[in-house]
Design a protein around this ligand. Sequence first.
Ligand SMILES: [Zn+2]
Length: 90
Amino acid sequence: MRVMTNEAVISLEDIRCVSVSCLNCKTKVLLDLREKSDHADRYGLTLPGECPVCRKPYDSALNGALTSLQVAYDAVRVIENRLSFRGDAG
Ligand SMILES: [Zn+2]
């Protein structure tokens, strides 16, 4: 158990998207976990091959991690009204 004095709480019901930052230019790409595009539905949650702003290729490990995140997200949505995430708000 962990006690946080200044915590941020977000319900799973309120989590819809995940953003991924480019390591080079810090541009964030937003991916919808809840309403998947046709491409995401067919191939899984994936990033384009490169950052849309600086054109630097993304780390190849990102897509595997995003696919795992989508699988986990879909699995816990059946109990989303009972789950919340907590973090230290600083
Ligand atoms: Zn970039």
